[in-house]
Design a protein around this ligand. Structure first.
Ligand code: HEM
Length: 423
């Protein structure tokens, strides 16, 4: 991929982060003070927020970074079809926002037709993942040896395809008219949870190891080197695969199924600790933002072990802990690491203000996650829910401001790069 195109896709992903984070903040203020009249459909707006975050921010940024590092491994320029795939993925990902904003997964009247706009755009987005997987296979098969990051991406993409089977299953239920709540929940969580834990986490670990094994300028030596070669990949993918059953309501999950999922989840937690432990060797060269992200990954892994304690899962399902759990993974680990990678790859690390933005992110996201944890553990915390909800709302403004700051810095560096080329 041309450096210019690579920058453009990352800029689009950052733009999606700005809009989706601002929408998340709107929802947080809505929970603290009530939603404004112009944004009354809370559920639809929550769908607009989560889908733009998934498709426009995380998936687009992960794909752009994977293409970038993969062409470094193959030593080949990426074909124009990759540019088409990324362009179409960008447009469809951005369209998910207006499509969900109006009625979420409900029907929207357009002229004489009633259309499920959200579901339609989500399905089209799903098709682009198959396109991406096919092109990825075409490009990566030229590798004589598949290094650790590529193996992690292989499994990440397989889990992405497996998770989209959940979306197909949901369509199948509609077609067959099945009323099974268990199947509906199974397909829903196969799609949502495997997408986040499987695709996001494994793809990001691959990027992190690719980043660490990039030769240090001047020395020609890779940071990751041989020590990273023995890390668990297949066991991690297999352990993650059944964990989505834990997202289903406890009333629908039989005890043997729970134990299979919980033990696999615990194993996945231990294997993630293994990766995080191996990263300690490179701790001093990791920027603080990336260290924060890895720290949140270990919190996620720790929670996987806590769920093994009898009764914790059932009790947790009756609290607000799910929102904390989701955002620890998606905001704390995924988004912090992606931002650190983008800042580094776009060469923004040395620009004035980027260090401050990193610290502001750590402070703001750290505080937001603490308030969400407090809301999840409300029965043990001597602070009222309203105070916590309002503290969460105010702290959510910080990641929004940082997202805007990084986007503006990237825009400026893109313009500077364009004018240098013109000179
Ligand atoms: C600026 C940071 C963020 C804020 C302020 C925020 C805010 C919110 C709020 C208020 C909710 C609804 C919670 C509820 O109804 O109790 C929510 C749900 C959700 N958010 Fe975020 N969020 C942020 C970042 C992210 C990121 C980075 C992702 C993904 C990459 C994400 C994905 C989700 C998902 C999947 C849901 C659940 C949607 C559902 O259950 O329908 N959020 N978020």
């Amino acid at each position: 991929m041309q450096p210019r195109q690579f920058r453009r896709y990352l800029l689009t992903a950052l733009f999606a982060l700005v809009i989706a984070a601002a929408t998340g903040s709107l929802l947080r203020f809505g929970l603290g003070w009530g939603m404004p009249a112009w944004a009354a459909n809370y559920t639809a707006i929550r769908h607009a927020h989560s889908h733009l975050m998934y498709f426009g921010w995380a998936t687009l940024a992960l794909m752009a970074l994977i293409w970038h590092f993969l062409s470094g491994y193959t030593g080949r320029a990426l074909p124009p079809s990759v540019h088409w795939q990324m362009g179409i993925t960008s447009v469809l990902a951005l369209l998910s926002f207006p499509a969900f904003w109006v009625n979420g997964y409900g029907l929207t009247q357009i002229g004489s037709a009633s259309l499920p706009l959200g579901a339609m755009i989500a399905s089209l987005n799903g098709l682009t993942w198959f396109h991406f997987a096919w092109l990825y296979w075409q490009e990566s098969r030229h590798l004589a040896r598949r290094p650790l990051p590529v193996q992690l991406w292989d499994w990440a993409i397989l889990l992405l395809l497996l998770s989209s089977g959940g979306a197909l299953g949901l369509v199948g239920l509609v077609v067959t008219g099945s009323q099974s709540l268990f199947l509906q929940q199974t397909f829903l969580h196969l799609f949502l949870d495997l997408f986040a834990v499987g695709w996001f986490t494994m793809a990001l670990l691959g990027l992190l190891w690719a980043w660490m094994s990039t030769p240090t300028p001047g020395t020609g030596e890779g940071w990751g080197g041989g020590s990273a070669a023995r890390l668990p990949i297949l066991p991690l993918a297999l352990a993650i695969a059944p964990t989505f059953f834990l997202g289903i309501s406890p009333a629908l999950v039989a005890p043997p199924l729970f134990w299979v999922a919980a033990l696999a989840n615990g194993l996945a937690g231990l294997l993630l600790f293994w990766h995080a432990g191996a990263l300690l060797r490179y701790w001093t060269i990791l920027p603080w933002l990336a260290r924060f992200g890895v720290g949140m990954l270990t919190v996620h892994a720790l929670m996987a072990l806590v769920v093994l304690w009898p009764g914790v899962w059932k009790w947790g399902a009756g609290t607000q802990l799910r929102v904390y759990f989701l955002h620890n993974l998606l905001l704390g680990w995924l988004s912090s690491l992606l931002l650190a990678l983008i800042v580094d790859q776009l060469g923004l690390g040395k620009t004035r203000g980027s260090g401050w933005l990193g610290w502001a992110w750590i402070g703001g996201v750290g505080l937001l996650l603490l308030t969400l944890l407090g809301l999840g553990l409300l029965q043990f915390v001597p602070i009222s829910a309203l105070v916590l909800l309002r503290a969460a709302a105010w702290s959510s403004l910080v990641p929004v401001a940082v997202a805007i700051g990084v986007w503006l810095l990237s825009l400026r560096s893109d313009q500077a790069a364009s004018s240098t080329r013109l000179d």
